[in-house]
Design a protein around this ligand. Structure first.
Ligand code: SF4
Length: 463
């Protein structure tokens, strides 16, 4: 895997930017980064914010009035793209009133040729359009545009890993840590492999150095990110898989938690489950998307595992970690899905008893094979199946919640509660417990006993 050093690659632009910004604006300019989509995008935005701060911008939450506005976009759902077009359309008026304003579009949506062409023709006030592979060139793009170069459209692909990018993290005690980029799986409904390229794993030493830095800075909850973390290291010249990486990060000294997402059942192994069991810092939470309980639909989705293989993994996880919290993604109404297929999904949900589910009604994504497949169910039927699924999960969630009353949990206080005088914290699973406290508790581990589960989980702090 070819490595690029950001500081080396971009050094001319990084060093010249402060002087250029001073010449253009005569003050410290502001930048607003607007992020859509998944945690990978949130993490990418943190790196782009890091670059902007290094260049001399201060960050703002308001697009209106900012000197640089960057939309980091998502391509997974069509309606998210429509929202971006609408928001960018509104920027036209701001830009008229704000000389020197630069508007940019990046991320998965921008990586698509059709979007690039639409931006070129219909959005003449958008200055920069760049894809997921070249985000590290942000200083270069801004420098060139601010120096008078024509609009920039750069969506070339690259299989390189770029290290050394500064990061401006959004949180003070929870952090995202990307361990790999891209995806090799080509699930038939998914656009990701087309917009983020093939799998590329970061070197273990770079990941471990970043994890150590996070722990030293006081971060308590580190989530390892990748489209399919279970295939970390595949095809690389270093000899370390994801289970091995977990063990190495677990060995870093300090009181912190390790989470990871997302897993693919095809690559999830018993070796990984052993590592989860053995590593005390790894959260007892496995998000393992199964998408459909029907083998026929799984095959149409190109998921490359069966219902039986999925259930055997779940049983292997439960037998090693009886307290594990399981979550999953489900697509309802995939093209060709019948009620019989859907019943297979429903029965799998009942059998596994997930803590929570992320459920979606299928929506076709242009450019993917599933968008060409024939649908047999109506929108109304799919809506009814979806409601049935939600009701089923609701019963399971209530049952699981009743089981936690009276038990003690160590939570990381990471938010305010819904009522005055209450704080909230996550368990190692997915539960959020509220307890008496104040903002000095933020970022601390606190043990609480669960008293009651109503619309929230209420607890009493033990220490
Ligand atoms: S594993 Fe499948 S669903 Fe996930 S990003 Fe890759 S292709 Fe998309």
């Amino acid at each position: 895997m070819e490595l690029l050093d950001y500081k080396e690659e971009q050094k001319i632009y990084i060093s010249r930017m402060p002087e250029l910004l001073n010449r253009v604006y005569g003050r410290t300019p502001t930048a607003c980064v607007i992020t859509y989509g998944c945690q990978q995008n949130v993490s990418d935005s943190e790196r782009m914010k890091g670059m902007l701060c290094e260049m001399g911008y201060t960050l703002s939450d308001e697009a209106e009035g900012s000197d640089f506005v960057l939309y980091n976009t998502c391509a997974v759902r069509g309606h998210a793209e429509d929202r971006v077009y609408g928001n960018i359309g509104a920027m036209k008026h701001y830009k008229r009133r704000h000389s020197g304003m630069i508007i940019a579009l990046c991320g998965c949506m921008a990586q698509q040729e059709s979007v690039k062409e639409r931006m070129k023709k219909s959005y003449p006030y958008v200055d920069l359009v760049f894809g997921t592979h070249v985000q590290y060139r942000l200083p270069e793009f801004l420098y060139k545009r601010l120096s008078g170069s024509p609009r920039i459209f750069e969506i070339g692909e690259s299989e390189k890993i770029v290290e050394g990018i500064p990061v401006h993290r959004d949180g003070d005690f929870k952090a995202w840590l990307p361990i790999m980029y891209g995806c090799n799986n080509f699930c038939s409904y998914c656009i990701v492999p087309y917009v983020r390229g093939r799998e590329r794993s970061r070197r273990p030493e770079d990941i471990i150095a970043e994890a150590k830095e996070l722990v030293a800075k006081g971060y308590k909850d580190i989530t390892l990110l990748g489209q399919n973390v279970n295939s970390y290291g595949a095809g690389c010249d270093f000899n370390l898989n994801f289970a091995g990486l977990l063990r190495k990060i677990n060995a870093i000294e300090g009181d912190f938690r390790i989470r990871f997402m997302t897993s693919h059942p095809k690559d999830c192994t018993e070796e990984l489950l052993d590592a989860m069991r053995d590593c005390e810092k790894v959260a007892r939470h496995l998000h393992l998307p199964f998408q459909s309980g029907s083998d026929r639909i799984l095959s149409l989705m190109n998921r490359r595992y069966t219902r039986e293989k999925y259930l055997s993994l779940i049983n292997a996880a439960k037998s090693r970690m009886p307290d594990i919290s399981l979550t999953s993604d489900i697509i309802v109404g995939f093209p060709g899905e019948t009620y019989e297929d859907f019943k297979e999904t429903l029965s799998l949900v009942k059998e596994v008893e997930f803590s929570s589910l992320f459920t979606f009604i299928f929506s076709p994504r242009n450019g993917t094979p599933a968008a060409q497949m024939e649908d047999v169910a109506t929108r109304e039927e799919k809506g009814k199946w979806f409601d049935e699924l939600l009701k089923t999960q609701d019963i399971i969630s209530k049952k699981l919640n009743a089981d936690i009353v009276g038990k003690n949990y160590r939570v990381l206080c990471d938010d305010y509660g819904r009522k005055e005088g209450k704080m909230a914290g996550h368990t190692v699973g997915t539960a959020v417990i509220e307890f008496d406290g104040d903002e000095t508790d933020l970022g601390k581990f606190i043990t609480v006993r669960v008293d009651a589960v109503t619309s929230v989980i209420e607890g009493t702090r033990i220490n």
